[in-house]
Every structure is written in structure tokens, then in C-alpha cells.
Design a protein around this ligand. Structure first.
Ligand code: S3P
Length: 179
């Protein structure tokens, strides 16, 4: 048995605010574990046949949330993989409960100032358009941290290189499984 075998038995769902690296770190974590990678935002886009921005603009946020809930429920029935969720997914009580039942959840937590700088570089997120990123993040942190705190594992990451964060994640997951 290799060291990672126990980590391949359950889907690993990454949760946390926009910009924490759920997708970029998730892809690398999947690589390290030789697990498939799924990105909930991309799957929602594929299912809707349009970008997240267009879904928000044309159908509205409630329709996006509904699609997100359905897509994540479907993904959680797939064989174990690393799943990057969108920042709001784990806030939905039904989705949170499904993730609790079917996956190991990991909250990637990063300092808000670091996140604000990171997300300011990319303007495709509908919740940020025309707003100050740090203000949006502060409001989201207030509203969402209590839900994220229900994740099985919390990993605090800084501005470190992705491989450093992946190592941190692997160690935290190992420790969680040994409990
Ligand atoms: C959202 C985060 C986005 C995307 C959508 C809404 C949120 O995903 O799902 O724009 O509510 O925080 P990322 O966390 O991958 O940016």
C-alpha cells in the first residue's frame, strides 16, 4: 500500500473564499494523489452552456445556485476525486450536508489582503464587478466563515508556492484520517 492510498477512498472537497486556490491547488493535489480532478464552476458552465458571468447576468444568482447544487450532488456520486467547489457552495445547507456525507471537506483559508490582491488580477467573477475586492471579501468572510469552519480539515495558506500548499494539505489530510 502506498502512503496515499487512504486518501483515495473518499472525494476531497475544497471549500473557501474566491481566490484561495481551490482550483489551482486542487488540480495539483489531484495530480499528487493520482485522482481525477473536478471543478464545480466549470461543470456548472458546461451544464448551462454558458459562462458563470453569463449565468449570473442572464439567469440570476438563484438560478446559478440551483445549478451549482445539482452539479455538486451529481459529482459527489462519482468515484473519489478532488473537487474544487465555488466559494458559495458550502454555504448552502443541503450542499454542505451532502459534502459531509460523501466527502472529506477541506477549508482553504487565506489572509483577506492576500486574496484581495490575487483576485483583483482577474475580473471574471460576477460578485466582484465594480466593487472593491477587499470589501466583498470582508463581507463574505463575516457571512461564510461559520459555515466553512464546519469543514473536516482547515488549512491556513499564505502566499506560498502551490507545491508547498499541496504538501500542507497532504499532511493535514493524513492527520485527519489518523484521528
Ligand atoms: C462565487 C465564487 C465563484 C463562482 C461564483 C460565485 C462565490 O467560484 O462560483 O462566481 O459565491 O463566492 P470561485 O470561488 O472558484 O471563484
Amino acid at each position: 500500500m502506498d502512503r496515499f492510498e487512504p486518501l483515495r477512498r473518499r472525494t476531497i472537497a475544497l471549500v473557501g473564499l474566491m481566490g484561495v486556490g481551490k482550483s489551482s491547488v486542487g488540480r495539483r493535489l489531484a495530480n499528487a494523489l493520482a485522482l481525477p480532478f473536478r471543478d464545480a464552476d466549470s461543470e456548472v458552465e458546461a451544464a448551462a452552456g454558458r459562462s458563470i458571468s453569463d449565468i449570473f447576468a442572464e439567469l440570476g444568482e438563484p438560478a446559478f445556485r440551483e445549478g451549482e447544487r445539482r452539479v455538486i450532488a451529481r459529482l459527489l456520486d462519482e468515484p473519489p476525486h478532488v473537487l474544487a467547489t465555488g466559494g458559495g457552495a458550502f454555504i448552502d445547507p443541503k450542499t454542505r450536508e451532502l459534502i459531509r456525507q460523501k466527502a472529506v471537506s477541506v477549508w482553504l483559508k487565506t489572509d483577506l489582503e492576500v486574496l484581495a490582491k490575487r483576485i483583483a488580477r482577474k475580473d471574471t467573477r460576477p460578485l466582484l464587478v465594480g466593487k472593491d475586492p477587499l470589501e466583498v471579501l470582508r463581507a463574505q468572510a463575516d457571512a461564510r466563515y461559520p459555515a466553512y469552519a464546519e469543514a473536516d480539515v482547515t488549512v491556513e495558506t499564505g502566499d506560498a508556492a502551490h507545491h508547498v500548499t499541496v504538501d500542507q494539505l497532504l499532511r493535514a489530510l493524513d492527520a485527519h484520517l489518523e484521528k
